[in-house]
Design a protein. Sequence first.
Length: 210
Amino acid sequence: MTTARETVLGRIKDALALAPTPDTTVPRAYRTGRTLPDDERLALFTDRLVDYKAHVRTCTADGTAVAVAEALRERGARRTGVPAGLDPAWLAAYDGEVQQDSADIPAPRLDALDGVVTASAVSCAETGTIFLDGSPDQGRRALSLVPDLHVCVVDLSTVEVGVPEAVARLVPERPTTLISGPSATSDIELERVEGVHGPRTLVVVIRTDV
């Protein structure tokens, strides 16, 4: 007996086999290779993040642990999840409980965490978007979506000006999550509601010398 999924995919496959497949050239005329000095890139990225209602902290690499601990402490996070590959030094100044995530932990149990700390792969200053690619220091998608607070560490050296420049730094085969501010949507009367599809609060710690 075939499942509904198999039936649907089978019909799509049959339709594609019957449809003509003309050669198509996809235009790639968008702007690429744009750069900005570090201070301008930082200012643009920060402006976009704040516009999305994210909270921004800047620090040097040596101040990462203090910046992360203050972000967690200010929001009352006593139990924090981290991906398995996160640098443990980043939590050295944090006095709460740290729980290392693993695939064996059911996603619903992540709701018991007060927050999560992750690294990031690359970011786009122009859109205020942070890209996570599932690397060991970023973890699985559920870890960054279920807890109500996400503290994300971004190195300024990984912040590109535009989307084409940012995407060019990604590995296409890796699962990519795009974050533009805390999770938010609007109800039927256009009232903003936060925390529906992900963290209610996003704190971005930007390391300016990395």
